[in-house]
Design a protein around this ligand. Sequence first.
Ligand SMILES: Cc1ncc(COP(=O)(O)O)c(C=O)c1O
Length: 416
Amino acid sequence: MELDMDLNRSVPQLDWAPHLASRTAGMKSSAIRELLKLTQQPDIISLAGGMPAPGLFPLREIEEACRHIIRENGPQAMQYSATEGYEPLKEYLAATVHKYGVPAVPGNVLLTSGSQQALDLVGKIFIDPGDYVLTGGPTYLGAFQAWGAYGARYHTIPLDDNGMIVDQVEHAYKKVLTDSGKPPKFIYVLPNFHNPAGTTMPQERRQQLAEIATKLDLAVIEDDPYGELRYEGEDIPPICTLIPERTIYLGTFSKTMAPGLRLGWIVCPEVLMSRFVQAKQGADLHTGTFAQYVANDICQRGLLKPHIKKLRVAYKERRDTMLDALAELWPAGCNWTRPQGGLFLWARVPEPIDTKAFLNEVAIKEKVAYVPGVSFYPNQDGGHNAMRLNFSYCPPDEIVEGIRRLGVALKKALGD
Ligand SMILES: Cc1ncc(COP(=O)(O)O)c(C=O)c1O
């Protein structure tokens, strides 16, 4: 059929502002997504994104899983499915986290479209406009981006080399209560290999946080995308093992399998499950059935664990390469965290350098990118002389070159 329309005609512009919900004022596009567009230029060395190494995706295992599923379970894998998730995968996940001491059964596991969706669902069921959230400063920016849409406000608690300074939680709680007349809705914590800080909370600090949360009757959102990616030291049980009755634990396959599958999960007290299910139904009915079948096939055939072992070896080498290059090539006065796992470290440069301006005015011209520290402060009140550096995405030789370029530029800026 031929349409009698001029498709090249210019469409008049409507002023959409009065049509939009007031909550859109709290929505901001992620500084990282914007930055990633810039770093897609082929000659830029990007230490910016949080992306896994593309050469390490388990493509052969995924291909085999796809063939197997289509042959054996094609129609079911293409069909709508339960909001809670694919039962065998839930059973696998419940059994896996159970081994760490998290009291999970399939009935308190919910599959989500990445743990980013889990964060959004947390916002949807907990946050009323104006509510406060306690979080680290710095913290994962995707979390405050998600909760901003629900009108959240943030009170940040500083970090040291052992993660959030838990001693300050009670004071922060009281301040929020005094200022807003309401207690904070929850505390958001990243105990393992923090994004962006690269820090890990020792057992005693987790215990201390569990005690304070209990004393204050505070709910805990424990976000743990990197827990499996430990390169040294012993695993430390999640906070969820200490206070399962008040913790919502988030996991994901994004860093251990592939982020393109968009598969994450929530482990929460069973009484909350129906709320999360209702919130998710409105968002997307359920997480992609096919992706869940693929992940389940890989897990049930015992292929995930050896793959994670391979990732640990490769990422440890990249972490060590970055740490060595920083020590060798950066000027005096800089310092950085030494992550025991995960994908990031947090570097600080001498005060006169503002890392946001330095990125735009210097680093990008030198064809190297990082994420400025201020992007990880929900109130934009810190991180001006800090940056997040990712060591998973680039191969070791590019990591050295990226750190070298930054080192040269920093020395120049500092007049060394
Ligand atoms: C701390 C943290 N939480 C959540 C996410 C979201 O991960 P995904 O939605 O891919 O599972 C990320 C991604 O980088 C992250 O670093």
